[in-house]
Write a protein that binds this ligand. Structure first.
Ligand code: G1P
Length: 287
């Protein structure tokens, strides 16, 4: 059975194979995704974001040395037993059943670090012909208002079948750190989307098509996987997801849309972003 675009999105790919070099020495033995925002690891926020939007299957793309991420979501009998015996119910609750029973988690090893596009492509055999989400756990989102970006992106995709890519406006001097999209200067409001005409990975400032940078949340049609099979190395000698998306819209104009974020966004792969996330989440928890 071919699953139509616009069908429900059940699967999310979360790449966790990065080395976390920007956070060394903290990440020498600890995966960067397990560093905490308050008392919860970064990856748990991202997994919860996916599950709360209705995702039922999480696929980690991982590497050797990062087994602690899988352990975090697994049962820890010894710890549970000890907390149970000591009557520490509240703490017990915080470590038990992190994943609801109707959600599955699996992991795939990325043997060679060939880039984000290559990491996503490692999940091709599990995605099959279904649309899928991608969440990059370096970026943590704190919603400003009632609606969450990722949930709204899923809803829009399920209605229109158009791929949704989260973007935010940044100052022009920062564009060369990110993928950038061109929406032909159409005005766009937060929590809405607009067709993408071009995507460029880490453009030089003077030739950037806009100051709308890609944030690490995507809802994509299944065809992206077969395009990734053929995508050649691009920026920084890596297989870039952005290049595959650009190829896709050249074949299918207006099939991808930029969804403007309504969240505070923190790059937790950097010390500054990580600290700011901790401060912002602490402030929010006091309210
Ligand atoms: C990746 C993507 C880039 C995107 C960014 C968001 O870059 O390639 O398009 O803007 O994530 O975090 P990376 O941070 O892996 O260099």
């Amino acid at each position: 059975m071919t699953i139509m675009e616009g069908a429900r999105v059940h699967k999310a790919v979360i790449p966790v194979a990065g080395l976390g070099t920007r956070m060394l020495p903290a990440t020498k033995a600890i995966p960067k995704e397990l560093l905490p925002i308050l008392n919860k690891p970064i990856i748990q926020y991202v997994v919860e974001e996916a599950i709360s939007a209705g995702i039922k299957e999480i696929i980690f793309i991982t590497r050797s040395g990062k087994e602690a991420i899988e352990n975090h979501f697994d049962k820890n009998y010894e710890l549970e037993l000890m907390l149970e015996k000591k009557g520490k119910r509240k703490i017990l609750k915080s470590i038990k059943n992190l994943i609801p029973s109707n959600v599955k988690i699996s992991s795939i090893r990325q043997e060679n670090a060939l880039g984000l596009g290559h990491a996503i492509h490692c999940a091709k055999h599990l995605i099959k012909n279904e649309p899928f989400a991608v969440l990059l756990p370096d970026e943590i989102l704190l919603q400003k208002n009632k609606f969450k970006d990722f949930s709204q992106m899923l809803k829009l995709f399920e209605k229109s079948g158009k791929g949704q890519i989260l973007v935010e406006k940044v100052s022009k001097r920062l564009v060369s750190n990110y993928g950038v999209v061109d929406i032909k200067r159409k005005p766009i409001k937060p929590l809405t989307s607009s067709p993408i005409y071009q995507l460029v990975e880490k453009p030089i400032i003077s030739s950037s098509p806009s100051n709308l940078r890609i944030v690490g949340r995507y809802i994509l049609p299944s065809e992206i996987m077969s395009i990734l099979s053929k995508t050649k190395k691009g920026r920084d000698g890596e297989i870039q997801l952005t290049d595959a998306l650009e190829f896709y819209i050249k074949k299918k104009p207006a099939a991808l849309e930029a969804f403007l974020s309504d969240s505070f966004i923190f790059d937790c792969g950097s010390i500054e972003g990580f600290l700011n996330a901790n401060i912002a989440f602490a402030d929010r928890s006091r309210k």
